[in-house]
Design a protein around this ligand. Structure first.
Ligand code: HEC
Ligand code: HEC
Length: 466
């Protein structure tokens, strides 16, 4: 893992990326990806973003670097992306994921559309109250990333010291927060912004809903089977023609989990015990990949390996266990008896089951699996070249202000970052430089009285050394 900075990129001369650098990932901080204002359909209304941590382009970019940086684990081998892989819907095909000190106790969760739900608590058992609180827990988990402060592990302050020694993080934290100080709350803010930015609304389902604008009406772009599956998903259990009641808990059009859900009758743990606490599911959007293959087993214990197995589970939910959601319990055996004897029976026939599976496949999007903005910024060897200034976008203009000519020099830079503007009359001798700080949008601008004769300008980024 190493970093290379074009620290003195200058704005009047072209800077070339050498072939050695090309093996690195390149992160252009002067032209950030769009995270803050992504398109999404008007019918997507649920949003768990807190007022004090709205997504910004620089914030999600910092989150992206953190998400893919294995230096966030004690021994530098595990990043968030080890267990949340873009090509697998930000989940993990393995039943349990490998951390720095062993395997996780539950199956990893997909992170797509984590923002768009009514449920604000996270993890399969909803044990944390906000995404902000969640995102540093894996770092502080002894098994996952190892900064637990227990069992001989260093604690989070050790990670803070490690990150503060990395110039890239000084730049990025300054870009988001105005100075380079690193705290757990700041790491949380950035990681949560990145996770919330991961969205997927270019599925066949979205195309159909946009055309028809009614989730319950047949979609024009669906096959008869897909429309049948949709109707079964949306209809209450045992409705005429087949009903499965799925929408009561996985609510269209976000397909996020109902905050009041109990568990669904899948109660086994990976260790072989029983667990009645699992009441959260990731969104059912992107529950399978574009070609229909699962991103790994379904449920917290990955115990169901196909969507047909999932449908069969709901078609005949096992006998009632503590905490089973009452919507999945069967009817009482006889009038006056309140305790149902078994789980629900949907009585779906094979064609209806298959229609439901086919419908679930229409919820999968396209771009989220490949879009660079959610991919690793690091190169294959772990290297990263960071662009803090570009050569070709500097503008110099002259305007009359109160009767006197003024020169304005401006260039795209990194929000809130401090640059020096150097001036020369002969391209040989350069001034010491005047500090100029980029505004929140990343523009670095300096204006001054114009003087006679040729003047050359260049912006410079210098690493501050203590
Ligand atoms: C070693 C594997 C591993 C690593 C590393 C890891 N996770 Fe996870 N992640 C999991 C597992 C397993 C779960 C489910 C755990 C549970 O519910 O008990 C999970 C759950 C989550 C959830 C909850 C999703 C939801 O819908 O409730 C989020 C968010 C998340 N991880 C983000 C991250 C971030 C951010 C990082 C890096 C700082 C990270 N994870 C690192 C394995 C991992
Ligand atoms: C009473 C609420 C409820 C109903 C109704 C319900 N589910 Fe679920 N569903 C859940 C819960 C809770 C989980 C997480 C359970 C676990 O992991 O053990 C879940 C998990 C899932 C998963 C796995 C998601 C993943 O990421 O692994 C799929 C797929 C699923 N449900 C599909 C369906 C379908 C299809 C129906 C209708 C036949 C349905 N559900 C009805 C509550 C419900």
């Amino acid at each position: 893992m190493w970093m290379m900075f074009r620290m003195k990129a200058q704005t009047i001369f072209c800077t070339m990326i050498s072939s050695a650098m090309a093996q690195n990932g390149v992160l252009d901080l002067t032209s950030l990806h769009e995270y803050a204002n992504q398109d999404r359909p008007a019918y997507i209304q649920k949003d768990n973003t807190p007022g004090n941590n709205r997504i910004s382009n620089i914030g999600a970019t910092l989150g992206r670097v953190l998400f893919y940086d294995p230096r966030l684990s004690v021994d530098g081998t595990v990043s968030c992306s080890s267990c949340h892989q873009q090509e697998h819907g930000f989940g993990d095909p393995d039943i349990a994921s490998q951390g720095v000190a062993g395997a996780t106790g539950r199956h990893s969760m997909r992170l797509i559309n984590a923002r768009f739900g009514r449920e604000r608590n996270f993890f399969w058992d909803e044990r944390v109250e906000t995404l902000e609180d969640q995102v540093t827990m894996p770092i502080q988990d002894h098994v996952e990333m190892g900064f637990s402060g227990t069992e001989g592990d260093p604690d989070f302050s050790y990670l803070v010291d490690r990150l503060e020694a990395i110039e890239l993080y000084r730049v990025l934290f300054t870009g988001l927060y105005g100075d380079g100080e690193i705290t757990e709350a700041r790491v949380q803010g950035a990681l949560a912004q990145f996770v919330r930015s991961i969205q997927s609304f270019d599925s066949k389902y979205d195309e159909g809903l946009t055309q028809v604008n009614n989730p319950n009406a047949p979609f024009q772009n669906f096959t008869a089977e897909e429309n049948d599956g949709k109707r079964i998903f949306m209809s209450p259990p045992n409705a005429p023609g087949g009903g499965a009641g799925c929408n009561a808990c996985h609510q269209a059009p976000e397909f996020d989990i109902d905050p009041n859900s109990g568990h669904n009758g899948v109660t086994g743990t990976l260790a072989g015990g029983l667990d009645f606490t699992v009441t959260r599911s990731p969104s059912l959007r992107d529950v399978v990949s574009a070609d229909g293959t699962p991103h790994g087993g379904f449920m917290h214990n990955a115990s169901l390996s196909s969507l047909l197995d999932v449908v069969n589970h709901y078609n005949a939910v096992p006998a009632v266990t503590t905490g089973l959601d009452r919507r999945l319990a069967g009817p009482p055996p006889r009038p006056g008896v309140t305790q149902p004897m078994g789980g629900q029976r949907l009585n779906l026939n094979q064609a209806q089951k298959e229609a439901l599976v086919t419908f679930l496949g229409t919820l999968t999007g396209i771009s989220v699996y490949t879009d660079e903005k959610w991919s690793s910024p690091f190169g294959e060897e772990g290297g990263l070249s960071v662009i803090l200034l570009t050569a070709d976008e500097t503008e110099v203009g002259v305007q009359m202000v109160n009767g006197s000519p003024r020169v304005t020099v401006s260039t795209p830079g990194v929000p809130r970052t401090r640059y020096l503007l150097k001036i020369s009359e002969d391209l040989v001798n350069w001034s010491e430089g005047t500090p100029v700080t980029a505004n929140n949008a990343g523009m670095v601008t300096r204006s001054m009285p114009a003087t006679q004769g040729a003047r050359y300008f260049r912006f410079v980024y210098e690493v501050e050394t203590e």
